[in-house]
Ligand binder design. Structure first.
Ligand SMILES: [Zn+2]
Length: 126
């Protein structure tokens, strides 16, 4: 699992961003909930349980796009650093994360991937 997890995460973020853009992206305004109704800015839809209405409104496309960009910045910081195999650099003899020095994949990447653990393409450790 060298770059598999990073490739997998980029694919999930691409999917989420594409879906958010198809739902209006940045231009649709903030979704809001009022009781059992969600205001999608292009129309209202009643009939939700109030908690579900709040949950839907919380995931408006603009917020999802901001979250995707934040996760992309985290991914950009946590870069794979392969073991060098150089006997003169014994401390550099493991595959690790260039950002935090943890064994690859680092905990931050595993945490980013954990919500997708049930995805059929989730990379499994050998
Ligand atoms: Zn890291």
């Amino acid at each position: 699992m060298s770059q598999d997890l990073v490739t997998f995460l980029h694919a999930r973020l691409d999917e989420e961003a594409e879906l958010a853009r198809r739902c209006g992206g940045d231009g649709c305004g903030e979704w809001t909930a009022d009781g059992r109704t969600v205001d999608f800015r292009h129309g209202e839809l009643p009939g939700f349980h109030p908690s579900i209405a709040l949950h839907v409104a919380l995931h408006d496309p603009a917020r999802v796009l901001r979250e995707v960009e934040a996760k992309r910045r985290v991914l950009a910081r946590h870069v794979f650093s392969p073991a060098s195999g150089d006997p003169e650099l014994p401390w550099d003899n493991i595959d690790d994360c260039q950002y935090d020095g943890e064994t690859w994949p680092c905990d931050d990447l595993l945490d980013l991937a954990s919500p997708y653990a049930d995805h059929p393409d989730y990379p499994r450790r050998p």
